[in-house]
Design a protein around this ligand. Sequence first.
Ligand code: DON
Length: 566
Amino acid sequence: MKNYFYLIVLLLFIQCKKEPIKEISKKETPTKGVITKNAMVVCAREEASKIGINIMKKGGNAFDAMIATDLALAVAYPFAGNIGGGGFLVYRTKDGKVGALDYREKAPLAAHHDFYLDKDKNVIPQKSTLGANAIGIPGTVAGLFKVHKKFGTIPFKDLIQPAINLAKKGVVVTKKQAKALNKYKVNFQKANNRVIFLDKDWKEGDIIKYPKFAATLERIRDNGRDEFYKGKTADILVSYIKDLGGVITKEDLEKYEAKWRKPISFKYKDATIHSMSLPSSGGICMAQILKSIEPFNIGQYKHNSTKYVQLLTEAERRAYADRAHFLGDSDFVDVAIDSLISSEYLNNRMKNFSWTKANTSKEISHGKLNNIESDETTHYSIVDQFGNAIAVTTTLNGAYGSKVYVKDGGFFLNNEMDDFSVKPGIPNSYGLVGSEANAVAPEKRMLSSMSPTIVTQNGKLKMVLGSPGGSTIITSVLQNILNVIEYDMGMQEAVSKPRFHHQWLPDNVKFEPSFKLNFKDLEQIGYKIDQSNSPVIGKIDAILVLPNGSLEGGADPRGDDKASGF
Ligand code: DON
């Protein structure tokens, strides 16, 4: 009897070993999303999407809703929502004008090429990821005010007030959030000289109030943009960072500017895709990948089949190799964007693709250009009742950023400096390598993968989407575009589908555990499969305009994400 018991325990153990990562269950993979007639917000927390929707119900437009949603996420989702980080916005107005806003962080004036290296030119562990020296100059507050100046129709004070109220009332901790808070406690302790979030073991249903953050938001409400960059909040921030041994000064904050940019716009079949331009690599890489596969008519292959995976993997390999070599902040380096996304160049890059044998990342490095021309995250999508559309991806970089929590200001600061290539060839926290184009320099913006994206078809709005996930953002977004355009899926179905990812280096193809495929077929022709360490690839929040003009939300079941609308 006793032996029998041990045998069962052993069998259970073997079973558990075989399936170490929890798959998303059927119940958690909805295929039909929320459908509304007029307006919609899809984001990481229901509190924030409801706040955005209320603004539009009161007559505000998508830009007003964006500001209110963003600030509400800073309260309800401090994992990535922020005022201490930065982001990108891509918009399309009701009359078809597209544009983009870059409120990405910048390197401090005191940062320099070898800022993260010791005297022997070795990378100093964790300097670019944890603590005060990982922080880039935050851009979020500047970005929100810039949006408001150009497009806002409701006073800023009314857009920030719901976030202030939420911070005072408190936010209910979800199961996923409780897990994250408990997990990162050790790092909060390492990064701060004052203890925060450590006083208890968090569990679902707890309520966190943020009185200090409410006070900061009230000062921003009363004093405007300059409160963050020149006022009391700036003083609090700079003195706290100094205490922790960081280099950010008041001058750094005063010099920060968000910038309007031209999005990367390109055709894929009969769709036009607008995505983020440098300093995000998102638009360029997505254009490269989709234009590389266009001649192969990928829709003829079964969705997520071996051939589908293989073709996308090879296009991704080439695009990420180019990313590592050519891309950086276009205010600092010349990037031949038009050449990099031209069909001529990309068809040439795909010439050595073969269905019978994998290429290797050793043999595929960056391409050759003939001429050089003179350039833990969260995403939300909004469409308003007037027809304006906005895609925003904003981040602190890692979960809770640098883990530095400005105690007297009540908010986290980013660790975006790790998105620079701190030393050529040394991978960052997403395994991405880079070159001189993305080396650290004072006031330079670090290269991003964030890809807020808007798709139109026949001159009409089709889809608004984006994702967190570091290097996997680009490939997650483009798989969702293909799910809809090539495989005719609805928005929620597209978002719920399992995903995969390849980024040149490391030379393996990552799959979500729920991805069903006979991996042997890929392995036989030379692909290395990695299912070990990627329980979740991306977290897409998207909106699809249905043929009858209604909106379908796709809220990613991988998180607590929710669509709200009316
Ligand atoms: O800008 C970037 O590409 C990264 N800092 C994004 C980080 C991110 O998506 C984290 N989310 N999981």
